[in-house]
Design a protein around this ligand. Structure first.
Ligand code: UDP
Ligand code: MG
Length: 310
């Protein structure tokens, strides 16, 4: 069993993989303990699989899990956790935005007894104003919704103890928001402040749609406050309806003719409100449906390097 398992999710990362492997290897060898680098190929359509085959052939510390199709970043990391054997598990992006050179510092804290050392971003280089702004609003709101449980400006870059990795592995939920799941698990956790770099090469694989899905998973998997908000909205509308009804009644009693157009507008707003509330309930229902079907989180087509006899 190695001391460290490093999980590196890869989706169409042909431009960066060789450099990533070089830098990861330099850092891990410098630490002087046993390690394994677990690359998870999340259904890439470029030459990622081929490059990983080469890497695994040349380096006995490298392993690869090849998915049958793209299942998403969170599933790729979850697969890595399932296969990782190390006493400590490190999760890091393939694009070198999270600098591998800080891993020894994180490991030092782990050896001092911290069970989750999570990377917290001081600076985000190479990210658009839109991304920085939406991330800031999102993390502030999520922190409120979860009563401060999910820390701000924290991604998946972290080093965790085996005990914590095993807790996450025992959580079968499909809507996976790993940074939230780690926070939820508890244990001794500490932030490690670092500067997030620019992507080494290539482009982000988190388009707005995937980002929104992850953001929604964060909210709906860790808070039922949206359901309570739906409740409150409903109550407010009932209150307003009663008030308007009362005013109309008075107007009618005094002979004033009621105009219907603003009633129509009110009805539309009300109908919209009802649909939004149904939608919120639907978000939870969809996630319950995913969990009830209990399909596997990801499908592995093949693995490399885990069994030297392969
Ligand atoms: N990734 C993945 N599956 C996906 C999308 C991304 O495994 O469907 C990987 C990607 O290769 C990278 C990490 O997840 O190692 C973070 O993705 P990316 O750098 O594109 O996101 P960003 O840093 O822009 O948020
Ligand atoms: Mg990135």
């Amino acid at each position: 069993m190695p001391t460290y398992s490093v999980i590196i999710p890869c989706y169409n990362e042909e431009e960066v993989l060789r450099e990533t492997h070089k830098r990861m290897t330099r850092v891990m060898q410098g630490m002087g303990e046993s390690y394994e680098l677990i690359y998870v190929n999340d259904g890439s359509r470029d030459d990622t699989a081929k490059i990983l085959e080469d890497i695994c052939k040349q380096d006995a510390n490298a392993r690869a899990i090849m998915f049958a199709r793209n299942a998403g970043h969170q599933m790729a990391v979850s697969a890595g956790l399932d296969y990782a054997d190390g006493d400590a598990v490190i999760i890091i992006d393939a694009d070198l935005q999270d600098p591998p050179e800080v891993i020894p510092e994180m490991a030092k804290r782990w050896k001092d007894g911290v069970q989750v050392v999570y990377g917290q971003r001081k600076k985000r280089d190479g990210e658009t104003f839109f991304k920085k702004f939406t991330a800031s609003v999102y993390y502030k709101s999520l922190s409120k919704l979860t009563n401060g449980m999910v820390p701000r400006d924290t991604g998946d870059f972290r080093l965790v103890d085996r005990q914590v990795a095993d807790v996450i592995r025992s959580m079968p939920e499909h809507a996976r928001f790993l940074r939230g799941m780690f926070a939820w698990a508890g244990f001794k956790q500490e932030a490690y402040l670092y500067d997030r770099d620019k992507r080494f090469a290539g482009e982000t694989h988190y388009p707005l749609k995937k980002m929104l899905k992850l953001a929604a998973d964060g909210v709906f998997s860790f808070s039922v406050k949206p359901l309570k908000a739906a409740w409150m909205c409903g109550l407010c509308w009932i209150g307003l309806g009663c008030l308007i009804g009362f005013v109309l009644l008075i107007c009618l009693l005094f002979g004033a003719s009621s105009s219907a157009w603003w009633l129509a507008a009110l009805m539309m707003v009300l109908a919209g409100n009802v649909l939004v509330c149904v939608g919120i309930a639907g978000e939870y229902m969809g996630r319950i449906y995913d969990d009830v079907r209990a399909r596997p989180l990801y499908i592995v087509a093949r693995t490399l390097g885990f069994d030297r006899a392969e």
